[in-house]
Design a protein around this ligand. Structure first.
Ligand code: AHM
Ligand code: MG
Length: 335
């Protein structure tokens, strides 16, 4: 017989998260709550995923900003994603403070929730209409001992995060998650509506062959960045090959590729953007935590990203992350 039975013992995200030793959160005796919170985040990503898939069809028949047949204003995808996340995270009963890229102020949730979630509901906005990969990024803090949830609970270095991750909406939906115990990747199986563990223990190769940076900004770049770029494009030494350039302009997609293939991703500070473009709390910190947990390095050029002390929730931060040897090469130009 040619019958090939499908695997019947699949590891779903829920199963994995339930069974994983939640090193940091567990030591606070609240791993059950984190499981519930992650489960709620999982649902929001499935919801956003389905909206992203439908959006291209809707775009074909109506422009954003127009009214739909019911006479309601059509919401743009990023606004919709933000509402989905805020509603679900509030309803989870496990959150105290929410910080979204889409909201000027932090949101304080009434109740006994102990977690703070910082997030960019739909990152890569310039890519939405072209159908290029976009994603949701999130980081999670536990409120400090005795706190009911204040701004101070989210104005903390990334080293305090208990979990971080993203979901990339591409040819498939991929969730990549760390709870401080390595990095795992899951792929959404739409047929059963579950994220399945497909990339266990993601580990960055020590060196890659790809650089990912918006080189169109070269006119503004500072010397260390220009010199580093030169060194990988015109390598000196027997048998050394120039690096390949890959830049999507969606942080989630560029970081995802970097985690899987290695190399370096960067959004530096320059003479035009004094702190770069990316947001510290909900872009740089989560991606830096994932990178370090996968064995890579994440730096501003001057120091470890995760150790930056945030002063305000939407502040920006220069970012370089990726394979250990590649990022250290870059850092040698800063010395
Ligand atoms: P956004 O939050 O408005 O989408 O901007 C963040 C995005 C990142 O996903 C990406 O790394 C970066 O902006 C790309 O910027 P640029 O187009 O300047 O290269
Ligand atoms: Mg963003």
């Amino acid at each position: 017989d040619d019958y090939n039975p499908p695997p019947t013992d699949i590891i779903t995200l829920t199963r994995h998260v339930l069974g994983e030793g939640f090193s940091r959160a567990q030591s606070n005796g609240s791993s059950g709550d984190l499981t519930i919170l992650l489960s709620s985040l999982q649902t929001t990503c499935k919801f956003i995923e389905s909206m992203v898939r439908k959006a291209s069809l809707i775009n074909l028949i109506g422009l954003a900003g127009e009214q739909n047949v019911q006479g309601e204003d059509q919401k743009k995808l990023d606004v919709l994603s933000n509402e989905i996340m805020i509603n679900a995270l509030r309803a989870s009963g496990k959150t105290a403070v929410l910080v979204s890229e889409e909201n000027d102020d932090a949101i304080f949730v009434e109740g006994s929730g102990k977690y703070c979630v910082v997030f960019d509901p739909l990152d890569g906005s310039s890519n939405i209409d072209a159908g290029v990969n976009i994603g949701t990024i999130f980081g999670i803090y536990l409120v400090e001992e005795g706190s009911k949830g204040t701004l101070q609970d989210v104005l903390r270095p990334g080293t305090d995060m208990v979990a971080a991750g993203y979901c990339m909406y591409g040819s498939s939906a991929n969730m990549v998650l760390t709870t401080g115990n390595g990095v795992n990747g899951y792929t959404l199986d739409n047929a059963i509506g579950e994220f399945i563990l497909t990339h266990p223990n993601i580990t960055l190769p020590p060196r890659g062959k790809i650089y990912s940076i918006n080189e169109g900004n070269s006119a503004y770049y500072h010397e260390p960045v220009l010199k580093y770029l030169d060194s990988i494009k015109y390598p000196k030494g027997e048998g050394k090959k120039p690096y390949s350039a890959r830049y999507i302009g969606s942080m989630v997609a560029d970081v995802h590729r970097t985690l899987l293939y290695g190399g370096i991703f960067g959004y530096p500070e320059d003479s035009k953007s004094k702190s770069g473009k990316l947001r510290l709390l909900y872009e740089a910190f989560p991606m830096a935590m994932l990178t370090e947990q996968a064995g890579g390095v994440a730096t501003t050029g001057r120091g470890r990203i995760l150790e930056v002390q945030p002063k305000s929730i939407h502040e920006r931060c220069p970012v370089f992350l990726g394979s250990k040897d590649d990022v250290n090469d870059l850092l040698s130009f800063y010395k």
